[in-house]
Design a protein around this ligand. Structure first.
Ligand SMILES: N[C@@H](CCC(=O)N[C@@H](CS)C(=O)NCC(=O)O)C(=O)O
Length: 201
């Protein structure tokens, strides 16, 4: 059975959500952020040298990086669910959005979050971040104008990757001018499996 090393307020919600969608058995080991630094505790470093969540352990495998963990779970327990077939028309759109969440969107969103935690903003970064956020959210809004889900007509793991990052963006008031994205987020966050996963935070 998979053990999910869950850090409160972290990307490990993605992993819990996916497992709930698949109704796959798992157990959770909770790690609590340091109250002063907000960093992961030493207990997580004992599981993986990067000391970042999520980490899963399944038999001989210990794996971090939420995208890689999602792929592992789909390969091992997915039974062809929650991603388009590799020879389907939607497959590469699915793959793009699956990776976009961490590869492109995470940087400006997380940098903004960190800056908002500072008493004094890092002004030289402002121009860069605003440009990147505008580019990324315009692209997302356009995708969600054309498609119901990031992967096409069907809900997939790409939606899980994207929704968790979009939730952070919404909490930073970044979605005000992107009505389709906001509506999509509301829809995703109403999914029963998301609500179960989010209850772990
Ligand atoms: N790209 C990695 C990011 C991992 C990451 O930065 N995790 C954060 C939580 S969302 C973390 O563990 N932070 C605690 C720390 O750095 O001490 C992924 O998608 O898994």
């Amino acid at each position: 059975m998979i053990t999910v090393h869950h850090l409160n307020q972290s990307r490990s919600t993605r992993v819990l959500w996916l497992l709930e969608e698949l109704q796959a058995p798992y157990e959770v080991v909770a790690h609590i952020r340091d109250a002063a630094t907000h960093l992961a505790p030493a207990s997580l470093k004992a599981i993986h040298p990067l000391a970042k969540a999520p980490v899963i352990v399944d038999g001989d495998i210990t794996l971090c990086e939420s995208g890689a963990v999602m792929e592992y779970i789909l390969n091992t327990y997915g039974d062809q669910r929650l991603r388009p077939q590799p020879d389907s028309k939607d497959y590469y759109a699915y793959l793009e959005w699956l990776h976009f969440a961490e590869g492109s969107l995470a940087l400006p969103v997380i940098t903004s979050m960190l800056m908002s935690m500072e008493e004094r903003g890092a002004k030289p970064l402002d121009g860069y971040i605003k440009k990147e956020l505008h580019l990324d959210f315009s692209y997302i809004e356009s995708r969600l104008t054309d498609a119901t889900y990031f992967g096409g007509d069907e809900f997939s793991a790409a939606d899980i990757m994207m929704t968790v990052m979009l939730g952070i963006a919404a909490s930073l008031s970044m979605l005000k001018h992107y009505p389709n994205t906001q509506a999509y987020l509301t829809r995703m966050q109403a999914r029963p499996a998301y609500l179960k996963a989010a209850a772990y935070s």
